[in-house]
Design a protein. Structure first.
Lengths: 124, 159
């Protein structure tokens, strides 16, 4: 049985792509913190990841460039500003920090998997 | 390459906030400017921020807001433009009437002895300055974090 690298890396490869995209969305929210009528957005991570998993092409590399799909949603503001901006800077900062830690964690998982593979290949 | 878009976004935020800081500096420097002609006196300037994406903000609409859930669904098209950078679309001048002050000894006073001082609100400018500076720092932090994430990704499988 041939080893499929995609299934070997598991969910982490997709999670890394998704986390990179979430970084972008949150960076956009923070950059537009003072833009009138800007509506803050976020990726529904759980739904997006399960969609990416179910939609994954079993033959491999066809993971979409458009992972968030319908899972990109608007934030419901707790205290909307008069200028129509719904960015809560503190909330976005917290989400950004959390997302970057998740990204590092995924990288660690991927590194561990690759190291396992190297051990199996070299046999030492 | 989409992974590097985050640098463009944070960079656009930094440049917009520095324009805002520049207008604050200009307003504060001219806070005590006077003129004998009410049409010539300095008017406070304020930048107008606008988000840049293929789909206009008007199309987004506030309709999706206010649901019971924390997040509500945006249309599929929007997913293509997941991220928006920011630009300064223009500088507006505060058109509030300048304050007239009776000061006949001032060399700039008009024939009736009045000078007109600028309509800059110094307190407002100071708060604006703090806000702009904090937003700038936010964008710097985003860029630093993204940079570290990219560098760690480059090292994937090497350790």
């Amino acid at each position: 049985m041939a080893l499929s690298l995609d299934s070997y890396l598991g969910v982490h490869a997709q999670a890394l792509t998704l986390e990179a995209q979430r970084t972008e969305v949150l960076a956009a929210n923070l950059a537009n913190a003072d833009t009138p009528n800007y509506k803050a957005r976020d990726i529904d991570f759980k739904a997006a990841l399960s969609a990416a998993n179910n939609g994954a092409d079993p033959s491999g590399n066809a993971l979409g460039t458009n992972l968030p799909g319908n899972n990109l949603k608007y934030r419901v503001p707790m205290a909307p500003a008069l200028d129509g901006n719904t960015v809560d800077t503190q909330l976005e900062q917290a989400a950004f920090a959390e997302n970057s830690v998740r990204y590092q964690a995924t990288l660690t998982f991927l590194n561990a998997r690759l190291k396992e593979l190297m051990t199996a290949i070299t046999g030492s | 390459m989409s992974s590097f878009k985050v640098f463009d976004i944070a960079g656009s935020g930094m440049s917009a906030e520095s324009v805002r800081l520049n207008t604050v500096a200009s307003n504060l420097a001219n806070a005590d400017s006077v003129s004998g002609d009410p049409t010539q006196v300095y008017q406070a300037k304020h930048p107008v921020f606008q988000s840049v994406q293929a789909l206009g903000e008007a199309a987004l609409g506030p309709a999706a807001l206010g649901g019971a859930a924390t997040l509500s669904v945006a249309s599929n098209q929007l997913a293509q433009q997941a991220s928006a950078s920011v630009k300064v679309s223009g500088i507006t001048a505060n058109t509030a009437a300048p304050e007239a002050r009776y000061d006949p000894s001032n060399p700039l006073a008009n024939s009736d002895g009045y000078v007109y001082s600028s309509n800059v609100n110094v307190v407002e400018e100071m708060t604006d300055m703090i806000s702009a500076s904090r937003s700038y720092q936010n964008n710097v932090e985003v860029m630093n974090t993204a940079r570290n994430m990219m560098l760690d990704t480059l090292k994937l499988g090497q350790s």
